[in-house]
Structures are given as C-alpha cells and as structure tokens.
Design a protein around this ligand. Structure first.
Ligand SMILES: [Ca+2]
Length: 131
C-alpha cells in the first residue's frame, strides 16, 4: 500500500469527556486525545490528529475539531487518551472506531477508553463526519 492511496477527509470532533481516576498529585489530570489509523498489517499510522491539552481537570470539555485524512483501505481508527506530564505522558486508555460505521453516516458516540486490562478509565464524546 503506497502513499498515493486515495484518502477521504473527515471532521473529527471532540466534546465533553471524563477521566475516572486522578493522574496527578493535585487529584486531577491534563487529558488530551490523539487518533491514528490502524494499517492493514496491524501497525499504527502516524498521529492524524492530536487535541489540545485540558489542564488540571477530570471533566474536560474540548469542543474542538480537526480534519483527518484517512486512506480508503483503512478499516479502523484507534483513539488514545493520555495525561500530559512534564517527563512522559501517561497512557489512560484506548478504543477502536470502525471506519465502516463512520463512512456510512455521521458517527456520534460516547467513546469508552479502556486500559490494557480492558477497564474503562474515561469517556469522551466523539463525532466524526465526512468533510
Ligand atoms: Ca499530568
């Protein structure tokens, strides 16, 4: 699969979120979300979109969107929730979004972010529509 594969552009919107557990000593977190495509070999693409960081909150409200370009053959996106830290960002959770559902209409869901043990660690409302 080459770099000249056709791509579709989508509007990737982030709204109200919740981080279930404090990540920092102040009892809060500095959450941000990033999205990548899952390639046909299972590897992850470079970051297609990274949200702003919401400082010192467990109830972030982003109300922002970015444009992402997704290759036609991509079946899934992976969205990851992190806590920003000075030295190393802490992973909070991830979820997979099926592109078939996105391509068939407007995708508007409360995404549950799961850690490596499949425990839900937070939620974010995500809306994706064809641009
Ligand atoms: Ca932090």
């Amino acid at each position: 699969m080459g770099k000249d594969q056709p791509k579709q552009e989508f509007k990737f919107g982030l709204y109200q979120g919740q981080v279930y557990e404090a990540q920092d000593l102040n009892g809060k977190a500095d959450p941000f979300v990033q999205v990548k495509a899952i390639e046909t070999d299972g590897s992850h693409s470079k970051v297609l979109f990274k949200s702003t960081v919401k400082k010192a909150t467990l109830t972030p409200a982003w109300n922002e969107y970015g444009k992402i370009k997704v290759k036609d053959y991509v079946n899934d996106l992976i969205v990851e929730l992190y806590d920003e830290d000075l030295l190393k960002n802490d992973f909070i959770g991830r979820q997979v979004i099926n592109m078939g559902r996105v391509r068939s209409g407007i995708f508007d869901e409360l995404i549950k972010f799961e850690d490596d043990k499949n425990c839900v660690k937070g939620t974010v409302r995500i809306k994706i529509e064809r641009n």
